[in-house]
Write a protein that binds this ligand. Structure first.
Ligand SMILES: [Zn+2]
Length: 755
């Protein structure tokens, strides 16, 4: 009697025999006549790793369109290259597959869920990344090229390429042969393959030659190093490759039962998180799905069947810290504790029951201040609601306000009073605005908050805190200058005298840009004075002065004082009036390099405005080095932005707005099927907004003999603009479009900032 099936048990033993009854996985066993033992019996699926059916396929062949090819490694160490139906994933007990190669020794195969160690897509990672839209094909090709140079490939792999044999099949062949007690050396494998007629000796020799000693480098690593993808994106692709679910740990409840299965030390060391337990199946989140030792060790430690899912490493880290580090309360904990005091029916308890010295209120206020600083927030808004409405706390970051916390109404007054106390303000005064400051020290770091208390209706007070430490200097290279603007601007910074103006509305980052420019020339042999209101960015080496209009210490006063104090470079925060402007232009004509800002919309318009302010056109044309007009646009979040193919219409709009001739001159990309721009998505890192940080959109008008002549003849804004563009100036809109094509921002943002 011929065997029609082979059963491999989890303990590694094999049973050959004949099926007695049609196999139904839901029955939990297989009815089988064992030829090895010459007896009939039921074998529980729980003891089985896989079942090979040698005869008719069972079930019928999955149709080619619907099937996927996977590599499967079983607990017994057997490897298979099989085609699976699309629905194979839902099977919690097990699943059927068909051999991918036509000459396999079985017709179909059933893997039990328990017996399956890992499954991975046959598709290369680079292809998966490309399919997910995370990298472009060309990038993958380049990374592969690099990988080729870098790594010493396995002989089997090289041979697979050369002999055009599917690699898993080849490896399977090798494994099968070597599994029979052959010594597994490269040469040996080669000999075996030649013997088997799979490859020629020449191919083996070439393969051995090709195999360098270099360390094998994974394609994902190379793509990360090239800055094309980030760790998270790689993880998403790996999850896809290993057919693991990707979970957001914030959205699932973590089972205490599951947690209890794995020792804390193991969780912390392996940076894994057990999240669910069903019978003996333990679901565990990991950020390193490629590490097979994880499920092995866990299986050993827990005696459970391990099901891996992927999650971000930062999330896993945070959850572990939150689970095991009970030392410090989080803001949420504190707010939850406070919330318990709320009285129903909209009645708010009296203030005396909760005071600003309540330890929880103190803790909460401190936490919020530190949290805002850590998150790079620029302002914190405390907004008490009317009556029973809660106190809302909003942060402003990158120019956008959003709600972060709500605190029970009974604590409104206590929180505001607490802020007033630390800011050394009068807590009894509730009808007039007050200004103060708070200084916190944390690990040798000094964090300063400027506090503005404003009385609002209903006897309330709002508090707005400007986080001064969040304003940091940037280098010119970080601001987002286009290559041509950066090069031209940097050159002008080396001029011994003249005036450089940065223009734009409030909040367009003018001061930040001027500070970056000063940082470029801030050397011990240069004396630099600055007058600012307020001083928000400090730099070593600069002599910085805070002007104070209340006592008559104006920008002009400061400027006059600087001129007597032997300056090389002067920065005047703002030219608010014509006399300051005249003095500044005068200073720039007498051997000083002057920087200042002006509230104008664009560069050409600024020239006309200066003349209107009473500056002599001849002086103006001589003094001016350049005018940089600027806006800030929100930058697409690097962690989550995704590529898309723009429509022909969208592309045509860009070309039209940019100007067809200039578009060509600037080597902007041509329209093609491969053309991709980036769009926002939203992730944890950007708090779901799709944007993170900001980028400068600029136009740089550099003075030239033609511009000089135009200024002297009182030319119109349009004429100056035309000359400047013909000489290489790119206006704000054009600069914005360049940044859209670079994938840094999107049309919505460019439209927003362009007024
Ligand atoms: Zn994001």
């Amino acid at each position: 009697m011929q065997s029609d099936m082979i059963i491999k048990l989890l303990n590694g033993n094999e049973r050959h025999g004949i099926l007695q009854q049609e196999f139904d996985p839901t029955s939990g066993h297989i009815d089988f006549f064992c030829k090895t033992e010459q007896r009939h019996g039921l074998i529980p699926l729980d003891d089985i790793c896989f079942i090979k059916f040698l005869g008719t396929p069972n079930p019928p062949d999955p149709s080619l369109e619907e099937s996927i090819v996977q590599n499967i490694t079983t607990l017994t160490g057997d490897r298979f290259h099989v085609r699976l139906g699309k629905d194979c994933r839902d099977s919690s007990r097990g699943f059927f597959g068909q051999p991918a190669a036509s000459d396999a020794d079985f017709k179909s195969i059933y893997f039990t869920a328990k017996g399956c160690r890992n499954r991975s897509h046959d598709q290369p990672l680079g292809e998966i990344l490309n399919k997910l839209g995370l990298v472009q094909e060309a990038d993958v090709a380049e990374a592969l090229q690099e990988q080729k140079h870098l790594r010493g490939r396995r002989v089997g792999e090289i041979l697979a390429d050369q002999a055009e044999i599917p690699q898993p099949y080849l490896e399977q062949a090798i494994d099968k042969i070597t599994g029979k007690g052959h010594k597994k050396t490269q040469l040996r494998v080669g000999e075996i393959l030649i013997e088997a007629g799979l490859v020629t000796r020449q191919q083996i020799d070439e393969a051995l030659l090709k195999q360098s000693l270099g360390k094998r480098k994974q394609i994902g690593r190379i793509l990360i190093e090239r800055g094309l993808i980030n760790e998270n994106q790689l993880l998403v692709a790996l999850a896809e490759k290993f057919r693991l679910d990707f979970v957001n740990l914030d959205e699932i409840a973590i089972s205490q039962e599951a947690l209890g299965k794995v020792p804390q030390s193991m969780i912390e060391r392996m940076q894994i998180l057990p999240i669910a337990l069903h019978d003996t199946r333990l679901t565990v989140a990991t950020a390193t799905p490629t590490d097979h030792t994880i499920s092995e060790s866990l299986r050993f430690a827990t005696n459970c069947q391990i099901e891996l899912v992927c999650a971000r490493s930062t999330q896993i880290g945070e959850k572990i810290a939150a689970l095991f580090d009970r030392g410090e309360d989080t803001i949420k904990d504190l707010i939850n504790e406070l919330a318990e005091v709320v009285v129903e029916d909209g009645e708010v308890p009296e203030l005396d029951t909760i005071t600003e010295s309540d330890s929880k209120v103190i803790k909460l206020v401190n936490k919020v201040l530190l949290d805002a600083h850590n998150k790079g927030v620029s302002d914190i808004h405390f907004e008490p609601g009317l009556g029973p409405q809660p106190l809302r706390i909003r942060y402003r970051k990158d120019g956008i306000c959003y709600t972060v916390h709500q605190i029970a109404a009974s604590y409104k007054k206590a929180v505001i009073s607490r802020l007033k106390i630390v800011a050394r303000l009068d807590i009894a005064e509730r009808r007039r605005p007050q200004t103060g400051k708070i200084v916190l020290r944390k690990n040798d770091k000094r964090i300063e908050y400027r506090v503005e208390i404003t009385p609002t209706i209903g006897g309330q007070e709002d508090a707005v805190l400007r986080v001064l430490s969040s304003v940091r200097g940037y280098s010119l290279d970080e601001l987002g200058f286009s290559a041509s603007n950066r090069q031209r601007f940097k050159k002008l910074l080396r001029k011994p005298y003249g005036i450089i103006l940065c223009v734009g509305p409030t909040g367009s980052g003018k001061t930040t840009t001027l500070h970056s420019a000063l940082a470029e020339i801030n050397t011990p042999d240069t004396k630099i004075w600055t007058a600012e209101d307020p001083v928000e960015i400090t730099q070593n080496g600069l002599r910085q002065v805070q002007v104070n209009a209340k006592i008559g210490f104006t920008f002009e006063e400061a400027l006059r004082s600087f001129l007597r104090a032997d300056p090389d470079v002067i920065m005047i925060g703002e030219m608010r009036d014509s006399s300051t402007a005249k003095t500044a232009i005068g200073a720039s004509l007498t051997g000083h390099l002057v920087f200042s800002t002006l509230h104008t919309n664009n560069a050409p318009e600024t020239v006309v405005r200066l003349i209107e302010m009473g500056i002599d056109p001849f002086n103006c044309s001589d003094a001016l080095l350049c005018i940089l007009a600027q806006r800030l646009a929100r930058r697409l979040c690097k962690q989550c932005k995704e590529p898309y193919h723009p429509s022909r219409e969208e592309y045509a709009t860009y070309v039209e707005v940019y100007g067809a001739r200039e578009f060509q001159e600037d080597d902007m990309p041509e329209f093609s099927e491969d053309l991709t721009l980036m769009r926002k998505v939203g992730c944890e890192a950007c708090e779901g907004q799709g944007y993170s940080g900001r980028i400068a959109i600029q136009e740089l008008l550099v003075n030239s003999p033609e511009i000089k002549r135009a200024i002297k003849y009182n030319s119109k804004v349009e004429e100056i603009s035309e000359i400047a563009i013909s000489q290489g100036m790119r206006n704000l809109r054009m600069d914005g479009i360049q940044k859209i094509f670079q994938g840094l921002t999107d049309l919505h943002q460019v439209n927003q900032v362009y007024i």
